[in-house]
Ligand binder design. Structure first.
Ligand SMILES: Nc1nc2c(ncn2[C@@H]2O[C@H](COP(=O)(O)OP(=O)(O)O)[C@@H](O)[C@H]2O)c(=O)[nH]1
Ligand SMILES: [Mg+2]
Ligand SMILES: [Zn+2]
Length: 301
């Protein structure tokens, strides 16, 4: 039994309990020292073996990035060291544009590339969903249309190059097709989950924890499935910086009469002019306005 420090990848976490994968791909139950539990899935850690079946995490390697949400009181991490975020929405159930925008802003501010996937385009409401996504396409956001169930092979062909060599987090409201996506792309998804549940000695299922899946035997490409959430707070972003993370607002920044313009009621505002001219969509502007109020209000006591 080696006491030497090794590096590993956090593939699942629950409280102070983590599942760490070593360089050879073997997964081992690890604890953090003391009460600390600030590792998240995707983290690289240094650990030592404490028994045949267990290890202790001793240090956290510096992160490239961290995707998280922050409400008034809590910070909730999704995962670390991500290359891409896939935001899955569907024709049905109808998606919230506010949640979509929040996810895009959080990812942009964390330096993570984003792709929106509109799933279930086989359903009748597809045109309406397309229209709601038009402002996103217009601002240069990548938007893919898929029918994960109906046209599985085509979906696989479209997604494979996007995921190749990257760690990609999948986010989206429940019922949009996340499990369908995972099962389509991760041939041994059930096995990867089973192995993990056993190792963490918990009967809990994937939907309650963040889960790392390898897409290939070489362990180059990964999909990370995360549980759903109710609120997506963006308190980590100061209100004056908000517009800078919105691709459709960005071209107009720096052109307002006042350098500290909030773009909400000041005269000579270039963003307001862009809104009047149809260069920024009313729905995006409304979401900006709501977010601005939320981020600039002090916490409620
Ligand atoms: N019509 C249609 N239904 C789909 C498609 N993809 C997934 N579904 C269905 O949508 C439901 C929710 O899918 P699921 O993968 O469980 O969503 P999750 O909650 O995000 O994990 C299931 O009944 C799927 O069969 C699609 O492309 N078209
Ligand atoms: Mg699911
Ligand atoms: Zn302005």
């Amino acid at each position: 039994m080696s006491k030497a420090q090794q590096t590993g990848l956090v593939v699942r976490g629950h409280g102070r309990h983590y599942l760490v994968e070593d360089e050879q791909g073997e997964r081992l139950h690890c604890l953090t020292r003391g009460k600390k539990s600030d590792c998240v899935v995707g983290d690289r850690v240094r650990w030592v073996r404490s028994s045949d079946h267990e290890g202790v995490i001793e240090a956290l390697e510096p992160r490239r990035n961290l995707l998280f949400r922050q409400d008034e009181w809590k910070t909730k991490s999704f995962a670390a060291n991500l290359d891409r975020l896939l935001i899955l929405v569907a024709v049905e159930p109808q998606f919230s544009e506010s949640q979509l925008t929040r996810a895009l802003i959080a990812a942009a501010s964390a330096g993570i590339a984003t792709h929106i996937i509109l799933n279930k385009t086989d359903l009748p409401g597809a045109d309406t969903a397309r229209e709601r996504l038009a402002p996103y396409k217009a601002m240069g956001q990548d938007v893919l249309e898929l029918s994960l169930k109906g046209e599985a092979e085509q979906a696989r062909t479209v997604l494979a190059p996007l995921l190749q060599g990257h760690a990609t987090l999948v986010l989206g409201p429940s019922g949009t097709g996340k499990s369908t996506l995972i099962n389509l792309l991760v041939p041994d998804a059930q096995a990867q989950v089973g192995e993990i549940s056993q190792a963490l000695n918990s009967g809990r299922h994937t939907t309650t924890t963040t889960q790392w899946y390898w897409l290939d035997a070489q362990r180059h490409s990964a999909l990370i499935d995360s549980p759903g959430f109710q609120e997506f707070g963006l308190r980590q972003i100061p209100a004056p910086e908000l517009a800078g993370w919105m691709a459709d607002f960005k071209p107009f920044l720096g052109q307002c009469r006042f350098h500290n313009c909030s773009h909400r009621h000041e005269p000579g505002c270039a963003v307001q002019q862009a809104l009047q001219a149809g260069q920024i969509s009313p729905s995006r502007y409304r979401i900006y306005d709501e977010l601005w109020q939320e981020l600039s209000s002090p916490p409620r006591w």
